[in-house]
Structures are given as structure tokens and as C-alpha cells.
Design a protein. Structure first.
Ligand SMILES: Cc1cc2nc3c(=O)[nH]c(=O)nc-3n(C[C@H](O)[C@H](O)[C@H](O)COP(=O)(O)OP(=O)(O)OC[C@H]3O[C@@H](n4cnc5c(N)ncnc54)[C@H](O)[C@@H]3O)c2cc1C
Length: 321
């Protein structure tokens, strides 16, 4: 089978898959080729039509009970078999805990390159994919391209907008491929003790840093968050050192993209700011007028968070939106 030039998207995560379809459609149109989704799992057939509605021309469906849960070797063998046979031009893979190593291993098997964590994608005049990667702790953007094919890039959640579904038609290609026996076995799974809400999806985040003196004072942020329909976030030291939280926002934590980020008692060093710089509006409350958070904030309040937060909550209670 010759090269078919298609653009493919794959992710085991539903929303991310749709976001990649939005961008993949744009790239496929630019290259005047087709966009396909690779759908792998058990009893997933009914999802095919939905993917078509969101913008793919075809779905490569591999539906097998052994693929119910993600297993690196099994999923890798499926993607490798498909890519080796159909030879897509571009393969976009969701940058998740599973997707990142999958993409790297696939690239090795196909003897091609892989650009991880692309915050932006475009196509150059030669039709090559250009991946944009945030680098130097969020201070620079590196543009990277390929010398080999297929061009594999991983895409983090919320890098691109989810498109609107439309009434469209497409093709579903059901395939049987040889599935590699996993070399590891899941012995047990148990829920992680994390907040039940996904902070990366939050539209408003009220976040605290070491300016907060006691764990109980989280109540100040929770009260404000409740009024603005938001979630509480925090810096890494509050999770790692003080153990008041299990997760954090920043370079090594969650990258967030809310409409409003309220940073309370957060100094705003680069490792934290790298995770919040895509927020639409940043409001900072800090007692130190020289705090670096004010350099990235759209609005700044120089003051004690123990005075400002209750006053803000009171005012918002009086004038709810
Ligand atoms: C490899 C690496 C990765 C890292 N990744 C992350 C990451 O992902 N996320 C992250 O957050 N950090 C990360 N860090 C840690 C980071 O470098 C900082 O140490 C951390 O972000 C600082 O947290 P902070 O702002 O809460 O504390 P501080 O820097 O101590 O700032 C506290 C701020 O509170 C203000 N303040 C104090 N009292 C009050 C008050 N009453 N009212 C108002 N303001 C007050 C102070 O003026 C100060 O600006 C990382 C570090 C390393 C080395």
C-alpha cells in the first residue's frame, strides 16, 4: 500500500480526541487530504459516527475485548500495524500519561520523529508539520519540524478548541489487526485520593500560595470560589511541603486555562506562572508590591489576602452576577 497522506488523530481521552479533530481538520484541509480518527477499544463502535460529526472523514475502528483497557504493548502494536500499512502523513496523539510513551515508542518502531506537547501546530510551505513547544519554563516558543514521515506529534489537553458537531457523512473501516500480548499485567487499580473535580476544566480558579498561613484558611478561598462558581487551586509548596493539597498548578503540575485566575499570596515565580499563562484574566492579591506575579497579572491588589478576600467575597455576595 502506498502513502495515503492522511492526517490521523488518536487519543484514549474523549475530549482531547475532539480537540485534536478540530485542529486536524484544519491541517487536513490545508494539505488537501483526509482526516481520520483511530478508534481503539472494546464496544466502541457506536462512537464512530460521533467522531465523523466532529469532523473526520473516516474512522479506523479496532474493536476487540482485549483492548478494553489501555495496555501499552497492545495499543502500540495496533497503531504500529495501522501506520505501517496505511502510511499516514501525520499522526496526532493525545499527550496523556498513556499517549506520551505510546507516541515515543511508535516513533521508534516507525523510525521517525516525534514532537511532544505541541501547544500550536501549523504547516510550512513544503507541507511539513510545524509543532510549537513552550520551552524555558514558559519564556520561549520553539518551532520544530520533521525530516521523516509519518510526522508524529503529541497534543496536550485544551491546546485547541473542540469543534461544533455537524451533520456530516464519513466512512467507518473496521479492521482486525494482530494484537501484541502485553508484557505487563495490571494487578490492581484503586482510585487516587485527589480532588474529585478536574481543575484543568475550571473556568474560574481561586488559587493560594504560601501567603496562606493555616490549612483552615482554605475556607476563605472556598467561600469565594463558591460564589464565582470556581475551584480552588494552589502552588506546589502547599501540596509538597505542607501537604494541604494533593495536586498543584504550574510547570510540574496542572496547566490551567480558566477565564479568571485569582492568585492569592502567590509570588509568581516562573514555575507557577508557566501553568497559568493561558488564563484569560489574572488577578493577583499580594502584600509585596514587588512580587513577580504583578508582572503577569491583568489586575493587581497590593494588600493582605486576609483583608482582601473577605471583602471581595462580601462585595460579590451583595452584587451577585
Ligand atoms: C523543578 C521545579 C518545578 C516546580 N514546579 C512548580 C509548579 O508546577 N507549581 C508551583 O507552584 N511551583 C513549582 N515549583 C516551586 C516554585 O519554584 C516556587 O517555590 C513556588 O511556586 C512558590 O510558591 P508560593 O508562591 O506559594 O510561595 P512564595 O514564593 O513563598 O510566595 C508567597 C507569596 O505570598 C505573599 N504573601 C505573604 N503573606 C501574604 C498575605 N497575608 N497576603 C497577601 N500576600 C501574602 C508574599 O509576598 C509572597 O509573594 C517548582 C520548583 C522546581 C524547582
Amino acid at each position: 500500500m502506498g502513502e495515503n497522506k492522511e492526517v490521523w488523530v488518536f487519543s484514549e481521552k474523549y475530549n482531547l480526541r475532539l480537540e485534536m479533530i478540530g485542529k486536524g481538520r484544519e491541517i487536513a484541509d490545508r494539505l488537501q487530504t483526509e482526516l481520520a480518527a483511530v478508534l481503539v477499544g472494546s464496544n466502541v463502535q457506536e462512537k464512530s459516527n460521533e467522531l465523523i460529526k466532529y469532523g473526520v472523514d473516516k474512522v479506523y475502528l479496532i474493536d476487540n475485548p482485549t483492548l478494553e483497557r489501555f495496555q501499552a504493548e497492545a495499543y502500540l502494536s495496533v497503531l504500529h500495524d495501522l501506520a505501517a500499512n496505511y502510511k499516514p502523513d501525520i499522526l496526532l496523539i493525545g499527550s496523556t500519561k498513556n499517549g506520551k510513551p505510546l507516541a515515543a515508542r511508535l516513533a521508534t518502531r516507525l523510525e521517525t520523529g516525534c514532537i511532544p506537547d505541541c501547544a500550536g501546530l501549523s504547516v510550512d510551505e513544503k507541507g511539513r508539520l510545524i509543532g510549537e513547544r513552550i520551552t524555558y519554563g514558559g519564556n520561549a516558543v520553539a518551532k520544530v519540524t520533521f525530516r521523516s514521515k509519518p510526522q508524529i506529534a503529541t497534543i496536550p489537553a485544551r491546546a485547541f478548541e473542540k469543534p461544533e458537531p455537524q451533520d456530516r457523512k464519513g466512512e467507518v473501516i473496521k479492521l482486525d489487526v494482530k494484537i501484541e500480548e502485553p508484557k505487563t499485567e495490571v494487578v490492581e487499580t484503586k482510585p487516587l485520593e485527589t480532588s474529585s473535580v478536574n481543575i484543568e476544566e475550571a473556568e474560574v480558579i481561586v488559587s493560594c500560595g504560601r501567603g496562606l498561613q493555616k490549612k483552615e484558611d482554605k475556607a476563605l478561598l472556598e467561600e469565594l470560589a463558591k460564589i464565582v462558581d470556581g475551584q480552588v487551586g494552589n502552588t506546589r509548596p502547599l501540596a509538597e511541603d505542607r501537604k494541604w493539597f494533593t495536586e498543584w498548578v504550574g510547570l510540574s503540575g496542572h496547566k490551567v486555562k480558566p477565564k479568571l485566575y485569582i492568585a492569592c499570596g502567590i509570588s509568581g515565580v516562573i514555575q507557577h506562572v508557566a501553568g497559568i499563562r493561558d488564563s484569560k484574566v489574572i488577578v493577583a492579591i499580594n502584600s509585596d508590591p514587588e512580587a513577580p506575579i504583578f508582572e503577569v497579572a491583568d489586575y493587581g491588589v497590593v494588600g493582605d489576602l486576609y483583608e482582601i478576600l473577605p471583602a471581595l467575597t462580601k462585595a460579590l455576595k451583595k452584587h451577585p452576577q
